[in-house]
Design a protein around this ligand. Structure first.
Ligand code: URP
Ligand code: ZN
Ligand code: ZN
Length: 499
């Protein structure tokens, strides 16, 4: 059998820790050489010249919801369209969420998601699993998912009262099980009871439009829940990953907790780094509704710069998207009541360019930082590094040739999503994926996709990744501080309550 080989010449190879001029040779989907003056393997080797461009690990989006059944409808970007949109923007790996209904089997839900995804993905992927209720059965299924199905992360929702929300007590037990299994606990942090009451209040006041969505659940609802989740995880002594950090207040809670030595990671998303929540006050209902997601985009226009600064400083970690798209007619389920607008926005296609534009083009991030926040850190946290998220011998040949000079104006007219709106509409970005390589094959070049339906593979993620390093030691140190006082027994009178 002949080898499939591809050689990228004359580019600047960028990893999270260094960049240098080098060539990259890949054979049968694996990187086999990185160095200068590399030669093609044979006459059949495809050679691409990357002069003036960066050669970076394919982007990793740790937070997508392709074809998610949610709020009475189904997200329109399925695993085919979603992964094509990803590839066209320079992302080659996503971690989607299995979300079982309360009372339902986690394993059955997992099988269902695998069925949907395996048939359609155009690049590799993996799955987190949401835990929406608690029982002995759930505990057993979490164990099977970790030991036999390649899952190493479980998410709880503190919002969506009466559907996916869990109580603090349930969260405590779920986090304990995560720790026992060496799986990372993740949280959607919003105070679901306060959100519920806030929504009722808005409707009572006659505020039925999309602006009511943010006012019903302002920043403090997110910040309080973030602190509560961190506190519960810290009591358990298990690492915690906060998905979609949307506000300065919640981000500050994470910064403070990290200063106190708590093991917590934060994920801003492309939407929160590229736009703000003022759009929900737009007079055009469709426009305003398109920005409805939870936790909400914040009306404070300085939020996006603030979150980018925290990515630069390392206080926040990897950029997701929460890509969960609904067309106008779906959003219109909530035309008279914002609580019925399906929550979710796009992001998977534009994530890399939005981060480059707002991070690298502003001087906040170096190209190495860019790689760190768009792929390597996610690969480390979710334990697939250096298979993914790195350009080195032995790593998967998921690579992007990034053109820092190429420009485009983002538009729903030209994007690859199924959704009929783009929250980044009209934003001009400089820095684009010129070529995307998946498993050693060019699947996006000069604006043309050449993907193969279902060719991506599920990547199992082993438990006890680096986020657990030192956790047992912490238990030992903490337990040493827990001292019993030896004292003489009390011998005085004891009050006896009347029965
Ligand atoms: O609005 C959102 N975020 N939709 C998807 C579900 C979730 O909460 O992540
Ligand atoms: Zn969420
Ligand atoms: Zn989400």
């Amino acid at each position: 059998m002949t080898n499939t080989s591809l050689l990228i010449k004359n580019g600047t190879v960028v990893n999270e820790d260094r960049q240098s001029l080098a060539d990259v040779l890949m054979v049968d989907g694996i990187i086999t050489q990185v160095g200068t003056n590399l030669s093609p393997l044979s006459n059949d080797t495809t050679v691409i010249d990357a002069t003036g461009k960066f050669v970076i690990p394919g982007g990793i989006d740790p937070h997508t919801h392709f074809q998610l059944p949610f709020m009475g409808t189904v997200a329109v970007d399925d695993f085919d369209i979603g992964t094509k949109a990803a590839i066209s923007g320079g992302t080659t790996f996503v971690i989607d969420f299995v979300i079982p209904l309360k009372g339902h089997s986690l394993l059955e839900a997992y099988d269902q998601w695998r069925g949907w995804a395996d048939a359609k993905v155009n690049h590799d992927y993996s799955l987190h699993v949401a835990v929406t209720w608690w029982s002995e059965q759930v505990a057993k299924e979490m164990e099977i998912l970790v030991k036999e199905r390649g899952v190493n992360s479980f998410k709880v929702f503190m919002a969506y009262k009466n559907s996916m929300m869990v109580t603090d007590e349930e969260m405590f037990h779920i986090f304990k099980k995560c720790k026992e299994l060496g799986a990372l606990a993740q949280v959607h942090a919003e105070n679901g009871d306060l959100v519920f009451e806030g929504q009722k209040k808005m409707l009572e006041l006659g505020i039925t439009g999309p602006e009511g969505h943010e006012m019903a659940r302002p920043e403090e609802c997110e910040a309080e829940a973030t602190l509560r989740a961190i506190t519960i995880a810290n009591r358990v002594n298990t690492p915690l990953y906060v998905v979609h950090v949307m506000s300065k207040s919640a981000a500050n809670v994470i910064v403070q907790a990290r200063k106190e030595g708590k093991r917590v990671y934060g994920e801003p998303i492309a939407a929160g780094l590229g736009v703000d929540g003022t759009h929900m006050w737009n007079c055009d209902w469709r426009h305003a509704a398109a920005f409805v997601m939870g936790p909400p985009l914040r009306p404070d226009p300085t939020t996006k710069g603030f979150l980018m600064d925290l990515l630069a400083s390392g206080d926040l970690h990897c950029v997701g998207t929460d890509n969960c798209t609904f067309c106008a007619n779906q959003k219109a389920m909530g035309k008279d009541d914002f609580t019925k607008i399906p929550n979710g926005v796009n992001g998977v296609e534009d994530r890399m360019s939005i981060v480059w534009e707002n991070g690298v083009n502003t001087g906040k991030l170096t190209p190495c930082d860019f790689v760190r926040v768009t792929s390597s850190t996610a690969a480390k946290i979710f334990n697939i590094y250096p298979k993914k998220g790195r350009i080195e011998v032995g790593s998967d040949a998921d690579i992007v040739i990034w053109d820092p000079q190429a420009e485009k104006t983002i538009s729903a007219k030209t994007h690859h999503h199924a959704v009929d709106f783009n929250i980044f509409e009209g934003i001009k970005v400089r820095g684009l994926a010129a070529t995307t390589i998946v498993a050693g094959k060019v699947v996006w070049n000069n604006g043309t996709l050449s993907t193969t339906l279902g060719s991506g593979r599920f990547v199992p993620r082993p438990s006890h990744g680096c986020v657990f390093d030192g956790i047992n030691k912490r238990d030992e140190v903490r337990n040493e501080l827990l001292r019993k006082v030896d004292r003489q027994p009390y011998t005085g009178p004891v009050f006896v309550p009347k029965s």
